[in-house]
Design a protein. Structure first.
Lengths: 426, 412
């Protein structure tokens, strides 16, 4: 009993210091994230690991800028974009954000459907029906809608967060799979071969990796959380640490998912994973025949966690930027645009997954590529705003900070163009 | 008389008296110190620089602007802090809608153009916060103007009359120059002010609380979420914070100061009036539900060497509540409580009699005594007043029977 109590106090202490930065980074490893890292490892083995260090640096820098802006200005990102760049720019960006996040929401529900796929092979009809996406996804959609609208979300957030400890399974499994550590470490730090850059699949996977790790919704969500928490410029140092720790944790998990999948799936010749049953194979070294159960529990938690956050944060960002009433403390009639947008994202996001023979895993990865395409545009706004002296005072970027952030924008745009060219050439 | 939208005027071509296109409208300025709604001048950008063209030099203003004089007569524009620039300071910014009691974002500004003799008068009439202004701006230049106008007429307007608009300006000097005083906001119910303030960014909250009347600020502050309360008070300078906290209900003030860092609450307390300070300090130290939280510091105490006559003199100069007069307390060296004399005994005794001779056995309690025990003491000893003493036996305050009745009613 004393042991249990001690454990609980310690958990409470850990959760108390966990801030918006850590939560955002954790939600970032959502259905799209797990799928993209899994496919990257299965399809390309260790050869994409070199992307992890630059992506992590970019992630830290981007998230740090967003949280700094939140702390200094006390305003959300879409508010600032509206005030400094006007209605038209805001409108176009918000439209793009809604489309992209619609893809992300769909991918979360695809993740939920996918995490029940193994039961589809059950010998009992009842189980097969109960686990089919036509039952699971609508229930999940209703649950998400209710959890958030009725304010119960805040109390379950910590449950989700604790359950994300599941990611440690990938680290353990990665170790147990006896990967070629030397090859993995080498490909993390060496320059990639240039031949790959003419390959559409390789390019879109790089964009997907960047897009899932540095997703555009994260900047809006993180800045809004910092503002809501009331962090000021003076208390900002603690938040910065929270952001950096969160980003590094997310990156380490991503690295191990890729390595675990490379060491198991890629080595076994399973290059093209199409569903959760196959992706779960990466956990076999740890969980043996229960690998898939472990995988689906983790995927289910991650998907539901992100499905709770994405639609609501999108609705907030869009309504604040465009000047619609927003907030869960308002009634439906007071903030119709807010509630309609929120509801529509869930209904349509869950709805498309119900289309028969919907390619769940492909959509999860594809939505992350779309994230990567939108990312540079959001970043341009972030960088311009964070360097505005009138807004940020002495908290603008340093020179090398700007060099790295503009470099990220340039590389993301170049990759997108290269991907389009590679696709056009077939 | 016609209504023209700010978004139509911005970017409009400007012709001078000769009919030649000279430039485009970049900004529109109002000088609130001269006139609260009148447009002072349009800023016209030409290849030769920027010019301030006042409406009385205009013939018409709409999708294109026509000046009545020659471009050579225009005056150069020089930036000034004292003017409100409609595009920079108003368009896309948040404002307080006094009528609707909320914070809204400006989609467009409607100006009224009135021809007077041979020139124009331009006045701000309202700000557009609805779909009409938004669609007008989004489709500007993309849809032919007559189609657009027909379309816009079908959209119900959502506008706020200019007199119900309070601007948000975080720079105090500029706030004075632009005559922004949040008078409209201050007239609202404190609970509405609190809701509005919670929707603002921290710097804007600070601006509001620096500007509005202390009493209104105090009432509104009481209604605000505790976390936001703390950040607002921390952002204000100590004098101002003390002025507002003084006006607050002592309980609420003590709760608020208890949330602040010690050095900060100390600085604010130092700036407060002694009376309010003492009340709040006691609440802070012992909590609301203790003897110290319930007592008053206004009581009648005379030295234990005093006579009945001295007591009557003390009664004459006493300014506190009548309930406190029921007992006269006797204090010895170092204000230590020595005795208590009921008012009745003083009334029937000869003036030269020493009070010490009239003194009865008295009941006192410590400052941290819980209020339930205080009530029990009143009940047991049939008290009218109860002395509260500090750890050295000095008289700190008294609790009167009416306080106990209030206390008992509240606890049920």
């Amino acid at each position: 009993m004393a042991l249990l109590r001690g454990w609980r106090t310690r958990l409470a202490l850990v959760l108390a210091v966990v801030g918006p930065g850590f939560i955002t980074a954790n939600v970032d490893n959502d259905a799209g994230g797990i799928a993209t890292y899994s496919v990257a490892g299965a399809q390309f083995g260790y050869t994409l690991l070199w992307t992890m260090i630059p992506i992590t640096i970019a992630l830290v820098i981007v998230q740090e800028m967003s949280s700094r802006m939140g702390a200094v200005t006390g305003k959300g990102l879409s508010d600032l974009i509206r005030e400094e760049f006007g209605l038209r720019a805001t409108f176009i960006l918000m439209l793009a954000l809604v489309v992209t996040n619609f893809g992300n929401v769909a991918s979360e529900f695809a993740g939920i459907a996918s995490s029940f796929e193994v039961w589809g092979a059950s010998q009992y009809v009842v189980v097969r029906i109960a686990a089919s996406k036509y039952v699971v996804v609508p229930i999940a959609a209703l649950a998400v809608w209710g959890l958030v609208v009725h304010g119960t979300y805040n109390s379950v957030e910590k449950v989700f967060l604790s359950a994300s400890a599941f990611y440690i399974c990938y680290i353990v499994s990665g170790v147990l799979a006896h990967p070629d550590w030397k090859a993995a470490a080498l490909s993390t730090v060496t320059r990639p071969e240039s031949a790959g850059f003419r390959n559409y699949g390789y390019l879109s996977m790089i964009i997907g990796l960047a897009g899932t790790t540095i997703a555009p919704w994260m900047q809006f969500y993180l800045q809004a959380s910092i503002v809501e928490k009331g962090v000021t410029a003076r208390q900002y140092k603690a938040s910065r640490l929270d952001v950096i720790v969160g980003c590094i944790f997310a990156a380490v998990v991503a690295w191990f998912i890729v390595v675990a999948c490379a060491a198991t799936l890629h080595t076994a010749g399973m290059y093209d994973i199409k569903n959760g049953v196959e992706a779960g194979e990466a956990l076999r070294p740890l969980a043996g025949e229960y690998a898939y159960l472990l995988f689906s529990a983790g995927l289910f938690n991650a998907s539901l966690f992100a499905a709770c956050i994405l639609p609501i944060s999108t609705a907030y960002a869009v309504c604040e930027g465009l000047g619609f009433e927003s907030g869960l403390d308002k009634r439906f009639e007071e903030a119709p645009a807010f509630y309609w947008l929120y509801t529509a994202l869930i209904v349509f996001g869950a709805g498309v997954v119900l289309i028969p023979r919907f390619p769940l895993f492909r959509v999860m990865v594809l939505s992350q590529v779309v994230n990567g395409v939108l990312l540079p545009f959001v970043l341009v706004f972030v960088i311009l705003l964070v360097n505005d002296r009138e807004l940020m005072g002495s908290y603008t970027n340093s020179k090398w900070y700007n060099v790295v952030s503009w470099l990220t924008v340039a590389i993301m745009i170049a990759l997108t163009i290269a991907m389009v060219v590679a696709q056009a050439r077939g | 008389m016609s209504v023209v939208a700010l978004s139509e005027l911005l970017g409009a071509t400007v012709r001078d008296a000769s009919g030649a296109v000279r430039g485009r409208v970049r900004e529109i300025a109002v000088a609130p110190q001269d006139h609260p709604t009148r447009i002072a001048y349009l800023i016209v950008r030409t290849s030769g620089g920027e010019w301030a063209v006042p409406p009385d030099a205009l013939k018409s203003a709409g999708a294109s602007v026509r000046a009545a004089n020659d471009a050579s007569q225009w005056v150069r524009y020089t930036p000034s802090d004292g003017v409100l620039l409609l595009k920079r300071d108003l368009l896309d910014q948040q404002i307080i809608d006094i009528h609707g009691r909320k914070v809204v974002r400006v989609n467009d500004v409607e100006l009224e153009s009135t021809p007077v003799n041979s020139h124009l008068l331009l006045n701000i009439v309202s700000v557009d916060v609805g779909a009409r202004g938004a669609i007008r701006r989004l489709s500007k230049g993309l849809v032919p103007s007559f189609t657009l106008r027909a379309l816009l007429e079908r959209i119900p307007p959502r506008v706020i009359p200019w007199e119900y608009v309070d601007l948000l300006e975080t720079d105090p000097a500029r706030r004075v120059k632009l005559k922004i005083a949040y008078e409209g906001l201050a007239r609202l119910h404190p609970a509405d002010i609190a809701d509005i303030v919670e929707d603002l960014a921290p710097a804007e909250r600070e601006a509001v609380f620096e500007t509005i009347d202390e009493e209104v600020a105090a009432e509104a502050l009481e209604e605000i979420d505790p976390d936001i309360q703390v950040s607002i008070v921390e952002s204000l300078d100590k004098d101002r914070a003390a002025d507002i906290v003084e006006e607050m209900d002592p309980d609420a003030a003590a709760d608020l100061l208890g949330e602040l860092r010690e050095e900060q609450s100390g600085e604010i307390l130092k700036e407060m009036e002694p009376e309010e300070r003492q009340e709040v300090t006691q609440l802070l130290e012992f909590g609301e539900h203790t003897a110290a939280g319930r007592m008053t510091t206004e009581f009648v105490a005379v030295p234990d060497t005093a006579s009945v006559d001295d007591a009557i003199d003390a009664l004459k100069t006493f300014e506190g509540s009548r309930e406190a007069l029921a007992t006269i307390y006797l204090t010895g060296a170092g204000r230590k409580l020595m005795g208590a004399v009921p008012l009745v005994k003083i009334a029937i005794s000869p003036p030269t009699l020493q009070l010490a001779e009239l003194s009865e056995s008295f009941v006192a309690c410590a400052r941290d005594t819980p209020q339930s025990e205080v009530a029990a003491l009143f009940d047991k000893y049939n008290l009218i007043t109860l002395a509260v003493v500090d750890e050295h036996g000095r008289l700190a305050g008294i609790i009167t029977a009416d306080d106990v009745i209030t206390m008992l009613r509240h606890s049920h």
